[in-house]
Ligand binder design. Structure first.
Ligand code: IVH
Length: 667
């Protein structure tokens, strides 16, 4: 077999394995074997740039090259659906359809209404050519590069598919992925996504498709469009689409009567809470395409379909009291304590009140009867007050506290932000947050200390700050609940081993506000030691690439705080790395100092990550998108034509692999 043939063979095999894993949920090879095949394909593709194919499985990892979304006009407009919360209106819709069909009683396909972002996928000759968002229904954004990273969306079709075809469906983020993402964002002090839909739309509009690839979106397809569809009914077309490799929901039912429809709605109104993704209703579609045509469209939506939306489940109960919780970042959240009430299958005792403005808007008084809703959101929320039930016996108006309930420090409210913060970094919830961050994988990577354990250790007075970790003893840990001698021993070992963690990660681990991993590394490389950082002024810090005023001020104020200095000196005493490693330092040059470099394309001699590391080592900065500030593009094979055009327009120099290597070579 020639290498060209091998490329084609591997592409086919890898797509089949993708399909087995992400559509059928039935993998037949190990992850390891999959990775090996993928690496082999990457190597071969690098050797054969003439074989470039945007639908190769290697494109599913995305690229960190920043993209602009072109506007695309939909081949068929993307209509919306009429929707209702009311079963009576579903009956009326059905009766209207019967009338419109001169008495024929149509079969109706019942589907779930997925709560994500709608997408239109174009396939020509079985190849994905474009993925477009809904936009205004006539025009949407071309998000093809991002959609290619969604593993359950086929890049090439199988079986007997029509030559030209459009698939509509919903991109979504499953609950477990959503929970993980929000958890990570919390650790990085980034704002949380309110629900999976927001997280999905934020992700699909990412300029960096490598980020999209990491977010693990999924997709269900629910509508086939084209001139040469194989079947005369929607249901059969969906089944055909399933055979072409599309992920079609299993929860579809063909209803023969209004009773069947109602049974489907009733079933999913409660069952939906057990699904691994969010649904906000049911979609009903007349099955027969001829009947669909006869019924036609109104200005906005088809008459042959309707959406039934589930009530955001709502209950009414008494507001007993309001408490205030302090989170890891010091943000103070008001929480309503309620007379327990049943909502969406669970007993709700507490609900979010968001912030001071919302409390004011609601004109909330203690003892009020309040409405609690559980929508797609994580935590139930108070959406209103039943004023008819307010009596002269009502309690006082709910106000916002002025001091931190944990430590008594006066709260602050930053300009433009709705939340109140406790500014005291020594406040207990913030302290526990710092411990959690310190041991996390990307920081000191100390295994075995989960959030609960750290919380318990803090409460028992074993830990006050991160330096205390290095004073823990095995008997102390073993004496804790659910801990044994063995796990205590492992934890002590993990703590001991962490003294080897390089300085740049120690700098990240100590939890200076706004100092993430990348910034920590940049500061470490520039300043070389903790002493130098402590001695530096904000102005000096701002000279470092990637360090702006906000970060510089935060580092400065951290280093002016005696308590932090004490922790640093104790950590030094326990043997943690307080200087940049000699390897990193020796390897460090300033050959690329002040340069902003964009990497693009496929390379022969080193991987992208290796080139990124070389740029950093030589004092350069990795930038993700081409701009006027770009010093040069390190280009491999297959650099995207759009990128090339932009580089030429801006007059940015293109440097190939060999030229780059000789730039940084030792004299
Ligand atoms: S069919 C002409 N089916 O709901 C019919 N839509 O306004 C086109 N949606 O924007 C839509 N699940 O994003 C259809 N099973 C499903 C759906 C669904 C979710 C979304 C879709 C659309 C909105 C309806």
């Amino acid at each position: 077999m020639t290498e060209q043939d091998e490329i084609l063979h591997l592409r086919h095999e890898l797509e089949q394995h993708n399909y087995n894993y992400y559509v059928l949920s039935a993998p037949v090879i190990s992850d390891y074997d999959f990775d090996m095949m993928m690496h082999r394909l990457q190597d071969l593709e690098a050797k054969h740039p003439e074989m470039e194919d945007p639908n190769s499985p290697t494109c599913r990892v995305g690229s960190d090259i920043s993209q602009k979304f072109e506007q695309v006009t939909h081949r068929y407009p993307m209509l919306s659906l009429a929707n209702t919360y009311n079963e009576g209106e579903i009956r009326e819709w059905y009766d209207r359809a019967v009338k419109g069909l001169d008495g024929e009683r149509p079969e109706v396909v019942c589907e779930l209404k997925f709560d994500g972002v709608s997408i239109s996928l174009w396939y020509d000759d079985g190849q994905l050519t474009k993925a477009v968002t809904r936009g205004d229904g006539t025009q949407g954004d071309d998000v093809t590069a991002n959609v290619r990273t969604i593993r359950s969306i086929p890049l090439t079709l199988r079986g007997n598919y029509p030559k030209r075809l459009e698939m509509r469906g919903e991109v979504l983020m499953p609950w477990p992925v959503f929970d993980r993402l929000n958890h990570e964002r919390e650790m990085q002090e980034e704002p949380l996504f309110a629900n999976p839909r927001n997280a999905t739309s934020g992700t699909i509009k990412q300029q960096n498709s490598a980020v999209v690839a990491k977010r693990q979106l999924d997709a269900f397809l629910y509508f086939v469009l084209g001139e040469q569809l194989p079947c005369a009914t929607h249901y059969d077309n969906l089944m055909a689409a399933r055979s072409w490799g599309f992920k079609i929901s299993e929860h579809i039912k063909l209803a023969h009567s209004i009773d069947d429809i109602m049974a489907f709605i009733t079933h999913w109104d409660t069952e939906r809470h057990h699904l691994p993704f969010a649904t906000d209703g049911v979609v009903l579609k007349v099955n027969n395409l001829r009947q669909q045509q006869e019924l036609g469209l109104t200005a906005k939506s088809p008459r042959w379909a309707i959406a039934y939306k589930f009530q955001a489940e709502r209950a009414c109960t008494r507001l007993e009291s309001v408490s205030f919780q302090v989170g890891r970042t010091g943000a103070v959240t008001p929480v309503a304590n309620l007379d327990p009430v049943l909502l969406a299958g669970t007993v709700v005792k507490r609900a979010s009140l968001h912030n001071a403005d919302i409390i004011k808007q609601l004109d909330l008084h203690l003892g009020d009867m309040v409405y609690v809703e559980k929508g797609g959101e994580i935590i139930p929320k108070i959406t209103g007050v039943d004023l008819d039930q307010r009596s002269f016996m009502i309690g006082p108006e709910v106000g916002f506290i002025t001091r931190c309930p944990e430590c008594g420090t006066p709260l602050v409210r930053y300009e433009g932000e709705a939340a109140h913060y406790c500014p005291n970094e020594m406040c207990p919830p913030q302290q526990v947050g710092k411990l959690i961050h310190f041991v996390s994988r990307k920081a000191m990577n100390i295994d075995g200390l989960g959030e609960e354990t750290l919380q318990a250790m803090f409460q028992q007075g074993l830990l006050h700050d991160v330096a205390d970790l290095y004073e823990l003893t095995a008997p102390q840990i073993a004496a804790m609940e659910r801990m044994g001698a063995k796990s205590a021993h492992n934890i002590i070992n993990a703590i001991r081993n962490s003294v080897e963690v390089p300085f740049e990660r120690v700098l990240f681990a100590i939890g200076i506000r706004f100092v993430g991993q990348t910034v920590a590394k940049q500061i470490a490389v520039a300043m070389k030691s903790m002493d130098a950082i402590v001695a530096a002024s904000a102005e000096q810090l701002m000279q470092i690439d990637g360090v702006g005023e906000r970060i510089a001020k935060s580092v400065e104020s951290f280093c002016r705080d005696e308590r932090n200095l004490l922790i640093i000196s104790r950590l030094r005493h326990y043997g943690l790395q307080m200087n940049i490693s000699t390897e990193l330092l020796e390897a460090q040059t300033d050959k690329l100092a002040g340069m902003s470099i964009v990497i693009s394309g496929v390379f022969q001699k080193h991987s992208r990550d290796e080139y990124k590391a070389m740029i950093e080592k030589n004092g350069g900065k990795n930038a993700s998108s081409v701009s006027a500030k770009t010093t040069f593009i390190l280009a491999g094979d297959n650099m995207g034509p759009a990128k090339l055009e932009k580089a030429q327009a801006l007059g940015v120099k293109i440097v190939n692999e060999d030229e780059f290597l000789s730039m940084i070579a030792d004299e």
